[in-house]
Design a protein around this ligand. Structure first.
Ligand SMILES: Nc1ncnc2c1ncn2[C@@H]1O[C@H](COP(=O)(O)OP(=O)(O)O)[C@@H](O)[C@H]1O
Ligand SMILES: [Mg+2]
Length: 309
């Protein structure tokens, strides 16, 4: 496999469950060593797309390669070289950390089992807890064990499905440090998440909405391409002002942020006109602010809801 080859290169993926198209013409390219975030509302097809990419589901349409292997004809080879962390990972709660990993090592036929387990425990800083029962671990340690289990067979690509859901901020930070360390060693990572701060730790992100890929690029690209204008308002009675502004032409989002109000729109002239009288009020200041990734995602979601009506 050439160094220039993408770890993931898929085109026009379609997956239907019965009458429902849950993945609709999805294409994605991920370079080797890249960390790509996969975002979008619940039920948008992230898990389904990930399962297609690791060879667990066959697409109804579309094709492509994962780690250079054909998605349709070489699923077995893909499965062997991919580490897949499922959305709701589970262990044998009455086995220790080391016993759980030994079980996984045997599944992958890794030999000698003990050597693989010990090395993996060391790599992920789990050695001191090797004899602790998995069922007694905190969320953060369970997640670390799940990561250990899916990198033990030395995969080239990690597909992580909401790996940090329900994990505390410190554990999430540690987890992301680990992801970057693995990527620096050449591992490619596709990770689905709902967290904005995690999206910002990815080299690139892809946003999918109810089966359709809406945006792909760096966080800066995605924010810029969304073409939104944001104003930040400070002053008295913001709560009341928020109610006043909602529904005005040109005002698409109104959200309190601490002691300020963020007002967002996609038509700069209309938004400016909507805020013209506010600027003249006593004690009010209005300034152009930076549009955040969250603003962009809220906009995507609002538009998707409109389209479905
Ligand atoms: N095996 C299945 N059979 C029928 N519908 C499914 C199946 N798996 C997922 N779906 C549906 O497909 C849509 C996308 O689901 P999913 O890929 O899990 O989205 P996400 O991971 O973005 O939340 C949802 O509407 C879900 O109910
Ligand atoms: Mg999912």
């Amino acid at each position: 496999m050439g160094a220039e080859m993408n770890a993931i290169d898929v085109h026009g993926l379609v997956k239907r469950f019965g009458e429902k198209t849950v993945v609709n013409q999805v294409s994605m390219s991920v370079k080797t060593g890249e960390i790509v975030g996969f975002l979008g509302p619940n039920g948008s097809g992230k898990t389904t797309t990930i399962r297609i990419m690791c060879g667990l589901l066959t697409p109804d349409e579309g094709d492509g390669t994962v780690l250079g292997f054909d998605l349709r004809t070489e699923a077995l080879k893909i499965k062997r070289e991919v580490g897949y962390m499922t959305q709701r990972f589970s262990f044998y709660e009455d086995l220790t950390i080391a016993e759980n990993l030994a079980f996984v090592a045997r599944l992958y036929q890794l030999r000698p089992v003990d050597a693989y387990v010990t090395r993996t425990l060391d790599d992920l800083g789990l050695s001191s807890r090797r004899n602790q029962l998995a069922g007694t671990l905190s969320g953060g340690w369970k997640q670390r064990l799940a990561l250990a289990a899916c990198i033990m067979h030395k995969p080239k690509l990690l597909l992580l499905d909401e790996p940090t859901a329900g994990v505390d901020p410190k554990a999430r930070r540690d987890f992301w440090d680990e992801i970057h360390r693995l990527a620096a060693d050449g591992l490619t990572v596709l990770v689905s998440t709902h967290y904005m701060d995690e999206a910002e730790r990815c080299h690139r992100i892809s946003y999918i909405s109810y089966g359709t890929m809406l945006a792909t690029g760096s966080v800066a690209d995605v924010v810029r391409d969304a073409g939104l204008v944001t104003y930040v308002i400070e002053g008295p009675g913001l709560e009341r002002l928020a109610g006043e502004l909602r529904g005005r032409p040109g005002v698409e989002q109104v959200a309190p942020f601490g002691a300020t109000l963020h007002v967002v729109g996609s038509d700069p002239a209309a938004l400016k006109a909507a805020l013209a009288d506010v600027e003249k009020r006593d004690g009010m200041t209005i300034a152009r602010g930076e549009t955040s990734l969250e603003d962009v995602f809220i906009q995507f979601m609002a538009n998707a809801t409109d389209n479905m009506q």
